[in-house]
Design a protein around this ligand. Structure first.
Ligand code: AP5
Length: 234
């Protein structure tokens, strides 16, 4: 018999999701932090299109070459490039029992394509979690973020500092700041969100797929809200 997700403080692991979960919200709202947590608990992949694009940049692939200057300006990478990357990724066997999208979809065209992809692969409609947050918190979260160079663990020098400055608690990896987390790039990223991504809130609400969490709360509190939504949506 399959075990249900436990949403208590000791919640550990659980049966596969068997569906897609979409985390939607502005830069710095905490999507990546919570996506790692949920994906780990459910034993499914965390699919961050931002991480996938950054990996392509590090490897110097043609996709990475195209995405690099666009991301450096805080703009969205064209749908055509992102959609191909996502379509290929969800074909991989680790996605067969569901996945957690973080930062995808980000335009109405991406959302429409995702709907088609999920139907083609026989998945149920996605559970969409909107990270609603006081915009005044975002600058501090974004500029304070540091990420482990080895496994991508996310810290914040103000809110979630590592035990040893500049080093990951888990593997001792060096912590670095993302180039687009510099203060001067934050405004264009937030503008891109408002113009191109925020309309997805209404889009998914119309489809009856939208659930909101108060992302201004602590990490543990937001995790609890997310787990309750995902459990009820099963
Ligand atoms: P991407 O990497 O997706 O970045 P983003 O959406 O801008 O989101 P962030 O990673 O900035 O924030 P987050 O919500 O994940 O917050 P986090 O958990 O890290 O995209 C980067 C770029 O790639 C885009 O600008 C675009 O160019 C391109 N791109 C990516 N996907 C694309 C797509 N689909 N289409 C087109 N282009 C695409 O938390 C932030 C900080 O806050 C951390 O320091 C964390 O420790 C802290 N924190 C988290 N939760 C809490 C909490 N509850 N309380 C206090 N602190 C917290």
């Amino acid at each position: 018999m399959k075990a249900a997700i436990s949403v208590g403080p000791d919640a550990k692991s659980v049966e596969p999701l068997d569906r897609a979960v979409v985390f939607l919200g502005p830069p710095g709202a905490g999507k990546g932090t919570q996506a790692k947590e949920l994906a780990g608990k459910c034993g499914v992949p965390h699919l961050s299109t931002g991480d996938m694009l950054r990996e392509n940049i590090v490897k110097g692939t043609p996709l990475g070459e195209k995405a690099k200057p666009i991301m450096a300006r805080g703009e969205l990478v064209p749908d055509s490039l992102v959609l191909k990357m996502v379509a290929e990724r969800i074909e991989e066997p680790d996605c067969w029992h569901g996945f957690v999208f973080d930062g995808f979809p980000r335009t109405v065209a991406q959302a429409q394509y995702l709907g088609v992809l999920l139907r083609q692969h026989g998945y149920k409609p996605p559970v969409v979690v909107h990270f609603a947050i006081d915009p005044g918190l975002l600058l501090r979260r974004i500029t304070g973020r540091r990420m482990c160079k080895i496994a991508g663990e996310i810290y914040n020098i103000y809110e979630r500092p590592p035990k040893v400055e500049g080093r990951c608690d888990n593997d001792g990896g060096e912590l670095e700041q993302r180039p687009d987390d510099r203060e001067e790039i934050v405004a264009p990223r937030l503008q891109a969100y408002e113009k191109q991504t925020a309309p997805l809130v209404a889009y998914y609400r119309r489809l009856g797929r939208l659930h909101a969490v108060d992302a201004s709360k602590s990490v543990a509190d937001v995790t609890q809200q997310v787990l309750e939504i995902v459990c009820k949506a099963r």
